[in-house]
Design a protein around this ligand. Structure first.
Ligand SMILES: Cc1cc2nc3c(=O)[nH]c(=O)nc-3n(C[C@H](O)[C@H](O)[C@H](O)COP(=O)(O)OP(=O)(O)OC[C@H]3O[C@@H](n4cnc5c(N)ncnc54)[C@H](O)[C@@H]3O)c2cc1C
Length: 484
């Protein structure tokens, strides 16, 4: 039984169903996909479009998630390269770091050579001890050295120029749905390693050429169906309780109860907390899991506004731009230059389809978040100021995990103290360095592997980026001389 039909739940279900395990996925919402979910939406002009929780970048080092997608799409035809990926700001020129050599240390040297934000002052003026911590990621040591301070404090002490800090690090930290003041510095260093310094695939990423419903979820549902798995939507699980014979009873809001020997809890962090709160027997059987789940914190809500404009933006605008230095706007995606259904709508109407994101949004509602993001965009892309917006879909939602200082070693792990119950999701503490969608997929596969291990079957291989930073050996040698 897999509770939760997002990336983590589907990744577990795919591996288990392939090995002949009888799998049922139970998803609370009417559509699967969780935060990558997508659903049909009719525009006022009658056009049928699919809208989503938001644009997603499919990085090339997402080996596990891509391997799951390949099950239903062997050549990954659904993905296309997004091309340049600039960071844009009102105060400084755009900066595009794609196309750097993929492998460290060349990527790092090229970053210093190419990035106008990193000057000689950054090289000579940075706190050397902390700069080495950044380059010398080591899972246990980085956690011990940096988990008690925030990413913002780390960046303050690193003493980079304001430009380097804003252009290279602030945008990066916020893309984890975290205000840098509320994010662990250890998590920032781990993610910097995973996405940049330790990433052998380079900074480029791909994105689906069509909507996620048709490009990802329907093919995966068909794949699971072909292997005897069942996907039930619209069924919120309210409790999981132990029953005789080392089995678990999964109780839905409707009152339906299903029993299973193995359960994978692949919910979002808020959903998992709610489920544990309603599951007395599970809490009693797994006090350690209950403590770890109770300690989970949620990030600020994220705002996503899809806008159908009456005109196009300037021809040179990138498909995806990260925005930094603004209060609310964190990214803008030109959907009509990326996704086929949006491109068809734009070609027919002469308009454009933009999606604006705010990853840690402090506005009180979706309408005000949209207004704020539009005003900020108008300063960056003046051609959008006079554009009419005949239609928009906007959302302000919580649900992403927070990674506050002091939490490493205390978040839920895949296997806990309840035999037969595993946890998967993008908040789970993994033995391997991975982030966001890849963390979800990897935790799902590791949960499936634990089921397979209990049944005496071989594990599904899991690939990852190198698990140590380039200078991981140096930080130990230099720690004593560090000012930190
Ligand atoms: C706007 C936005 C942009 C993003 N951009 C990127 C990006 O560019 N790159 C990237 O890698 N990641 C990105 N992410 C993050 C990514 O979406 C998540 O990391 C990932 O989708 C999480 O998957 P999951 O399966 O762990 O959790 P979820 O997707 O949250 O799935 C959990 C599922 O459990 C279900 N559930 C909850 N409670 C219950 C219950 N009681 N009973 C049954 N079901 C329940 C939920 O409905 C949900 O479907 C983005 C997220 C958002 C919101």
């Amino acid at each position: 039984m897999v509770v939760g039909g997002g990336i983590a739940g589907f990744s577990a279900a795919v591996v288990l169903a392939e090995r002949g395990v009888r799998v049922t996925v139970v998803e609370a919402e009417d559509t699967v996909g969780g935060r990558l979910g997508a659903w049909p939406h009719r525009l006022p002009d009658g056009t049928e479009q699919v809208v989503e929780h938001g644009f997603h970048a499919f990085f090339r080092q997402y080996y596990t998630w891509r391997a799951i997608l390949r099950r239903a799409d062997p050549s990954l035809a659904v993905l296309r390269p997004v091309g340049g990926y600039p960071v844009i700001a009102g105060r400084w020129p755009d900066e595009d770091l794609t196309g750097l050599p993929a492998a460290p240390p060349l990527s790092l040297l090229a970053l210093f050579a190419r990035s106008p934000s990193l000057g000689v002052r950054d090289l000579t003026g940075a706190n050397r001890g902390l700069a080495l911590e950044l380059l010398g990621y080591h899972p246990a040591r980085t956690a011990a050295a940096l988990d008690r301070i925030s990413a913002a404090e780390f960046l303050d002490r690193l003493s980079l120029s304001e430009r380097a800090r804003t252009m290279l690090f602030e945008a990066f930290a916020r893309s984890f749905f975290c205000d840098p003041r509320a994010m662990s510095a250890a998590e920032l260093v781990a993610m910097f390693h995973f996405y940049f310094l330790g990433n052998p695939e380079g900074l480029g990423f791909d994105a689906p050429r069509t909507d996620y419903l048709h490009g990802i979820w329907r093919p995966l549902i068909d794949y699971l169906g072909g292997r005897g798995a069942e996907v039930r939507t619209g069924g919120r699980v309210r409790a999981v309780e132990p029953v005789a014979g080392r089995r678990w009873r999964v109780v839905l809001d409707s009152g339906t109860a299903l029993t299973a020997r193995h359960v994978v809890l692949a919910l979002d962090p808020g959903g998992l907390r709610g489920l544990l709160a309603g599951s007395d027997g599970l809490r009693a059987a797994a006090p350690e899991l209950a403590r770890r789940v109770e300690a989970l914190r949620l990030a600020e809500p994220f705002a996503v506004s899809r806008l159908w404009l009456d005109r196009d933006v300037a021809p040179g605008r990138a498909v995806f731009s990260a925005v930094t230095g603004e209060d609310t706007l964190d990214s803008v995606t030109c959907y009509h230059r990326l996704e086929e259904p949006s491109a068809r709508w734009a070609a027919r109407t002469g308009g454009s389809v933009l999606e604006l994101h705010s990853y840690a949004c402090t506005e009180p509602d979706a309408e005000r978040a949209t207004a704020r993001m539009r005003a900020e965009l108008a300063r960056l892309w003046p051609e959008t100021r006079a554009a009419a917006v005949p239609h928009r879909v906007e959302r302000l939602r919580g649900g992403a995990p927070a990674f506050p200082p002091g939490q490493l070693g205390r978040r839920p792990r895949v296997c806990g103290d309840a035999v037969g119950v595993r946890v998967a999701g993008d908040f789970v503490e993994l033995p391997f360095c991975a982030g966001l969608m890849e963390r979800s997929a990897m935790s799902g596969v590791l949960a499936a592997n634990d089921v397979l291990a209990e049944e005496g079957a071989a594990a599904e291989p899991v690939d990852g980026v190198p698990q140590r930073g380039l200078l991981a050996g140096w930080t130990r040698l230099t720690r004593r001389s560090s000012r930190f």
